[in-house]
Structure formats: C-alpha cells, structure tokens
Design a protein around this ligand. Structure first.
Ligand code: AFP
Length: 350
C-alpha cells in the first residue's frame, strides 16, 4: 500500500525550521482550530451577527471575529511573522519582539461568512510576503504586487476541511483527517483542466456589468446555437474559496468583474488577501488570472484593503475575456446586441 503523505512530511527540514514551511504549519494550526470551532458553532450559538462592521463597512459575523482571533493567535505564537494584515483589522498587527522576522501574512480569516447561517462552505484565504528591505515595518510593507508572494493558499471548510497552497512550485491540496488531526495530501500537483465549459458569476449584477463581461456571459448562455458553439453550465456558491476550489478541480471561469452598481466601489473583492493569493494559485495550476485589463499578479496595491475586479480560471477563457475588454476599450468590438437584453427578453434593459 502506498505511504500516506502528510503536511508534516511535506517541507524539508530547512523550509520548516525558519522558512515558509514554518508559516504554513502555523496557518495549518490555526485552520484546525477554526475547523473545530466551526463544527460546533451552531450548537454553541456562534453563528450570527457580531454587531460590528469590518473595515469595508460590512456586518461582521461572530465567526469572523473568532476565526480572526484563532488564526492570529496560532500564527503569532508560531514566532515566524513580523506582521499580520486581516480583513477583520483596520491596521496591521505588528508582532511584538519579532520585527526582524522576514515574513508578513495577509488573510481573510473567514471568507463567505454570510453563508454560515445556511451551512454552506466557507474558507480562509492567505498570502505570505517577505518584509521588503529598507521599508519600515507597517502598512507600507504589504503594498507589494502579488507576483512577490512567497506562498498563497486557502482553507476550505466544507464536508471536509482542506488546506490548498503553493509556494511557487505547483499547487498541493491536503485534506484534514479529523481522527488523526493531520492534513493528508489528497490532491497533489493540482492543474486546472483546459476544456471545461463552466462559469461562475453573480448574474443578479448583470445590468451593472461592463459590455465585455455581458458579451462573454451572453455567448456562454447562448450555448450550442451561439458563437461559442457549445453549451455552458453555471455554478455560483457565493463563497470565493468554494468557487475557486471548483476551478482548480474541474476548470471553468470565476468572475467578479468591475461593475457600476455602486459608483464609489467599482469592484467587490479584496486584492491583498483575496484576489492576489487566488491568482497565484490559479497561475501555478496552469490557469490565468486577470482584472480584465491587466494580469492580477502585477497589480500594485495602493492601500491595505483595496478592491479589484477579478477574472480567474482556465487560461483560454481568461484570455478571451481580456481580449473582449481590449476590444471594447479600443472601440474595436462590433456593435453588440445582447440576446439576453433585447426587446423581447425578460431581462430587457430599461
Ligand atoms: P462574505 O464574506 O461577506 O460572505 O462575502 C463573500 C465574498 O467576499 C466572496 O466570497 C464572494 O465571491 C462574494 O463575496 C459574493 O458576494 P455577493 O453575494 O455580493 O455577490
């Protein structure tokens, strides 16, 4: 029988002692703690609003706050980080006595937490950067493009708990064996399949999308009879971790594009602890990651909690979407009549 590979045997001695492997171990310890609390959250009354708001002005769930505390505690206690940025904290947490440590962690402790009340999969997203030389430790340390990440990953709390990460050499997926308390390598060298015909987008925002996104979705929806000549399927969990995990397992496209719903906020997802780590994972798995107009990993954050449009997934599909944006921006696309929004359609624009 083949020997089971676990997270404990994944990194070499050096990587584990004081390298990025040590940071992943610390995150894994926090993920186990969050997973255990989530499993009991409903019976302990820990599901529901916390009464406060996060830095984006969105209502915080009790579990957002708990997950933040559990992960922060595990990662800081590990002793390998100089600072942590979190969606749940307006300012970076500087680790007392550890300013000389090389690593920085950015995280969304519990993405998709508004889905908890219906017991749907949620996740933790994380990104590890190096403290840049010559920059005083603080918010400015984190303002690096995603291409500089030394590790990116997520934990998925679903029917089973998974830890999926990359350190720049392929993407590895581990599943928590709750009986043994160990992460077991179940998804080695994850690759995004090229040929899948599936897309994920919150279609209720359709009337606010830009033209290239409407063109792409309309062409998918038109199926065999349309310009793509193929039927597409749509899936939308509304928890980015679950939607991106599906891409890594069976391909497709995930979009949270720029829209005009709220002019003060043209994008929804966060760059540092959402889009950037997911982009690194998707690229390492052979896929593409774009804002629609630029490679996501090249975007330089101007502030810690910045938002960015996101298009991720099978490389050919992401390239197609980028070309539709370029066509529209260059005035090169043909006048576009949407099959979904024409006069006889139920979704007709007013
Ligand atoms: P919550 O953490 O507030 O549940 O938001 C989840 C999320 O950031 C991301 O995981 C989803 O892709 C996206 O929001 C869904 O948002 P909408 O329901 O507004 O489309």
């Amino acid at each position: 029988m083949a020997q089971t590979k676990t997270l404990a045997s994944h990194f070499t001695g050096g990587e584990r002692r004081d390298g990025v492997g040590a940071v992943v171990d610390d995150v894994a310890a926090g993920v186990k703690a969050v997973s255990a609390v989530l499993a009991r959250a409903a019976v302990c009354g820990a599901v529901g609003g916390a009464g406060g708001e996060n830095v984006h002005g969105e209502p915080q769930q009790k579990m957002d706050v708990l997950a933040n505390d559990l992960l922060l505690d595990a990662c800081v206690r590990g002793g390998h980080l100089a600072a942590v940025v979190s969606e749940e904290m307006p300012e970076p947490h500087l680790v007392f006595g550890r300013h000389a440590n090389p690593y920085l962690l950015a995280m969304d402790p519990l993405d998709g937490s508004s889905n908890l009340c219906v017991n749907v999969t949620v996740g933790t997203i994380f990104s590890v950067l190096r403290q840049p030389e010559g920059v005083p430790l603080g918010a400015g340390s984190f303002l690096q493009p995603g291409a500089r990440q030394v590790c990116a990953g997520y934990a998925l709390y679903g029917p089973c708990t998974m830890l999926v990460f990359t350190t720049g050499r392929e993407v590895s997926g581990f599943t928590l064996d709750p009986a043994a308390g160990e992460f077991v390598l179940t998804h080695p060298a994850m690759r995004i399949p090229e040929g899948t015909r599936e897309f994920a987008i919150n279609a209720s925002n359709a009337r606010h999308w830009e033209r290239p996104v409407r063109r792409y979705v309309d062409e998918c929806v038109a199926g065999c009879a349309g310009p793509r000549g193929a039927d597409f399927n749509m899936r939308w969990v509304g928890s980015m971790v679950a939607d991106v995990h599906r891409l890594l397992v069976r391909g497709g496209t995930f979009m949270y594009p720029r829209d005009t719903k709220d002019p003060a906020r043209p994008a929804k997802l966060r760059l540092l602890y959402g889009a950037s780590p997911m982009a690194m994972l998707v690229e390492q798995a052979g896929g593409g990651a774009s804002t629609g107009r630029a490679r996501l990993l090249d975007v330089v954050p101007r502030e810690l909690h910045e938002r960015v449009p996101v298009v991720l997934g099978s490389r050919q599909e992401v390239e197609r979407l980028a070309s539709y944006h370029a066509d529209a921006d260059g005035g090169l696309d043909r006048p576009y009549t949407s099959p979904l929004f024409n006069v006889r359609s139920l979704l007709r624009e007013s």
